[in-house]
Write a protein that binds this ligand. Structure first.
Ligand SMILES: *Cc1c(COP(=O)(O)O)cnc(C)c1O
Length: 230
């Protein structure tokens, strides 16, 4: 518990440092605590320390935990979402970071309209074109956004990327910079209900660089909670 609070504090001070370096306002950067695989008790401890934004990568785990934890937690889905799971998650999450296809966006739209809601989403972009990773390709995204902005049940709030794993975060600086540039170019298209206000980028190993390049949401698991077994 004490260690976790120290971890959160040190992450926040690194975010602050990165912001100072590039003259950003630190209040523009939100810390998403990635609690996947960690217990409800562990999440309660982080909650007691003041943390309110939590990210999970699986729908079932998210729903289970959400049902056992205080309602003022803001849940974010960050993992690959299968179309048949969309109905379970709509209405329960503040933001879906991992929308990676038009059919998925259409299904979210359909389930949202059934419930009279609109769902905030980010579009996951595979900037580094890694075969193992999901996400839109750079070349296709403008056309896909044009199609998705017609869907009244979704609100596109920005972009998300997962940088390639590296020991040296400087090596992925360009990935983050490209995501920011892409967001700026999509913003210039001035499409209805498309706002590029959020950039979800940066994890335990690379969030400092991501913040320097414009991240507004950093997704951090192991630096807060320790290493995961799975
Ligand atoms: C697990 C996960 C994270 C957090 O990773 P850490 O390296 O533990 O900080 C961030 N984003 C996504 C999409 C993840 O699945």
């Amino acid at each position: 518990m004490k260690q976790m609070i120290r971890n959160i504090d040190s992450i926040k001070s690194e975010i602050q440092k990165a912001c100072t370096k590039v003259r950003r306002d630190p209040s523009e950067v939100k810390l998403l605590a990635v609690s996947k695989t960690f217990s409800v008790e562990t999440i309660k401890a982080a909650y007691a320390a003041g943390q309110r934004l939590f990210g999970e990568n699986r729908v079932q785990e998210l729903c289970q935990k959400a049902s056992l934890l205080p309602p003022d937690i803001e849940w974010h889905l960050i993992g690959t979402l299968q179309r048949n799971k969309v109905k379970d998650v709509v209405g329960k999450v503040a933001l879906i970071h991992s929308v990676d296809s038009l059919p998925l966006a259409q299904e979210i739209n359909k389930q949202a309209l059934k419930r009279n809601l609109s769902v905030n989403i980010l579009l996951q972009v595979n900037i580094a074109e890694e075969e193992s990773k999901h996400g839109f390709a750079l070349e296709e995204i403008a056309a896909k956004v044009k199609a998705m902005c017609q869907l009244p049940g979704i609100k596109i709030r920005g972009l998300m990327t997962i940088a390639p794993f590296t020991e040296n975060p400087e090596e992925v600086r360009l990935v983050f910079r490209q995501l920011k540039m892409l967001a700026e170019s999509l913003e210039k298209m001035r499409l209805p209900e498309v706002q590029m206000q959020e950039l979800s980028m940066g994890m335990s190993g690379d969030f400092g660089v991501a913040v320097e390049e414009g991240a507004t949401l950093v997704r951090i698991g192991s630096r807060i909670f320790g290493t995961r077994d799975m």
